[in-house]
Design a protein. Structure first.
Length: 505
């Protein structure tokens, strides 16, 4: 998942209501082009589209093709307004060995996925590329798929921790964000949901002529995959969920779980760094390392530290909840910040220039999905205040960020209730032990909800994302490749040992 609050990941909400999955009629099961029932299918105009594939761009290989798929904005009114979804594909290397389509989603919610088939950070094995058309797409409202923009300023996009003295201002700010989105895209907002993303996936499947579809989803993409499995269990083929969310904590609870996991990662980091005081000079006991860090935060809040070309406040340093993903990288960063606080920026990367407002598609669409997906967001500012005070005491590192008030407090509800995940569809869940954005305990909750799943844990694994990366664990990659190429899930849950980083030693 990607954190709409500045770092790469997602957020989550209060405990999910126990709501049953849609019936097949309201789930809008899209038949394939070969199904005999298509004559009376309300989605026929979408499922039987003739996609016009063209080379995506001059930068990618000639075999990397793109097309636009038309889908209904509102699936309860398939004859109404339509939107376009941007698709891409790399065809399977062998027509004879081809198994089907592997649909890809990078998380968010709202990270563009169009270029995933050729993303150099995803090293798909040759046997996977031989058997699958790799298909990327931008979710509705994202990137090239009828993108949504609320016109948010940099300040409105930034992450803000709870502070008693600024709370009234923060309430006004998130109310403004919700109001801007309503003014710019109010007709779309009720339909920008994960349920509709899953329905879009099924239209993609049908338009590609597939009876079933395989899927690799990362972070938020694991929740999207789980919703697809719930709505369309008979259409799900080989499903891989990398770095899984807790489907009962969508979405506010997921933010709060990040604070818990960040504190655990921080505690681990202080112990690791204390044992290496000779290298990093941050303290020879965990308590001293902790004090060094918090003294640095206090110093930066008094006067921003210029580091790597940017002035950083203490809140700005704390707001990146991915800092302690990797203990060695974190130690190097904090040691660098300590030097910079003394006026010795170790690696200046530039000087500040004219600041331009950043593109707001990602935060606009991320809040849209998160606010509309569930009806469990509180609309009472005082409840956010109470939870932020509580979580700041529990989890000093990130609790006041994770429990801060969000635009969802002033968002109009989505068109449908949240999906309860509870099925026996087969899937393989992969998870790093020390991922603090989708923590291990969250992935285990997804495993419990998906009763047909198997789980692969990378013991000692750090960071967000397990699979097919330059530094990934071969044991995990191999297990997933076997599943994708044979369809056989492991007989039981697996554990792999990290082969890179401190966790491998």
């Amino acid at each position: 998942m990607r954190n709409t609050r500045k770092a790469p990941l997602l957020a989550a909400g209060l405990a999910a209501a126990a709501l049953s999955a849609l019936t097949p009629a309201t789930a809008f099961v899209a038949p394939t082009a070969s199904d005999a029932s298509t004559a009376n299918d309300p989605l026929r105009q979408y499922t039987q589209q003739k996609l016009q594939w063209k080379r995506c761009d001059a930068k990618g290989p000639a075999t990397f093709q793109c097309a636009t798929l038309k889908v209904p904005l509102d699936y309860s009114d398939p004859g109404g307004r339509t939107i376009g979804l941007a698709l891409s594909r790399l065809k399977a290397g062998s027509a004879k060995a081809r198994h089907g389509v592997l649909l890809l989603n990078p998380g968010g919610p709202g990270v563009p996925g169009l270029r995933l088939p050729v993303d150099p950070r995803l090293k798909f094995p040759a046997e996977v590329k031989r058997r699958y058309d790799l298909v990327g797409f931008d979710l509705r409202g994202v990137g090239r798929s009828s993108p949504v923009s609320c016109g948010l300023t940099a300040e409105e996009q930034a992450d803000h921790p709870y502070k008693a003295e600024t709370f009234a201002k923060d309430v006004d700010r998130v109310r403004t964000v919700a109001g801007k989105c309503r003014a710019r895209a109010g007709d779309k907002l009720p339909h920008l949901t994960t349920r509709n993303n899953a329905r879009d996936m099924d239209v993609i499947r049908a338009a590609l002529g597939e009876k079933r579809i395989s899927y690799l989803g990362i972070s938020y993409g694991t929740y999207l995959g789980a919703v697809y499995m719930q709505l369309f269990p008979q259409r799900a083929d080989r499903i891989v969920l990398d770095s899984a969310t807790d489907p009962t904590r969508i979405y506010r609870g997921m933010f709060q779980d990040m604070a818990k996991a960040a504190e655990q990662a921080f505690t681990r980091w202080t112990a690791w760094t204390a044992r290496r005081h000779a290298t990093y000079k941050l303290g020879d006991t965990p308590a001293k390392v902790r004090k060094t860090y918090w003294d640095l935060i206090a110093r930066a809040n008094r006067k921003p530290i210029f580091f790597e070309g940017q002035p950083l406040t203490g809140d700005g340093i704390r707001g990146d909840n991915s800092t302690f993903f990797h203990v060695q990288k974190a130690a190097e960063r904090i040691a660098g910040l300590k030097k910079a606080a003394k006026g010795k920026d170790p690696a200046p990367s530039g000087t500040p220039g004219q600041v331009q407002e950043p593109d707001d598609n990602y935060p606009s669409i991320a809040w849209s999905f998160m606010c509309a997906d569930t009806r469990t967001w509180s609309h009472g500012p005082e409840e956010y205040r109470r939870e932020a005070i509580r979580d700041k005491a529990r989890y000093p590192l990130y609790g006041d960020f994770a429990a801060a008030i969000t635009p969802c407090a002033f968002w109009e509800q989505g068109s449908e209730p949240q999906t309860k995940i509870d099925n026996k569809v087969g899937a393989l869940i992969t998870q790093n032990e020390w991922d603090s954005q989708t923590p291990l305990f969250a992935a285990r909750a997804m495993h419990r909800a998906l009763r047909g799943s198997r789980m692969l844990t990378v013991a000692g694994g750090e960071g967000h994302g397990v699979l097919y990366a330059p530094d990934s664990t071969p044991c995990a990659d191999k297990a997933v490749t076997v599943y994708l190429t044979t369809g056989r899930l492991p007989a039981k849950d697996l554990t792999c040992r990290a082969t890179t980083g401190p966790g491998s030693r």
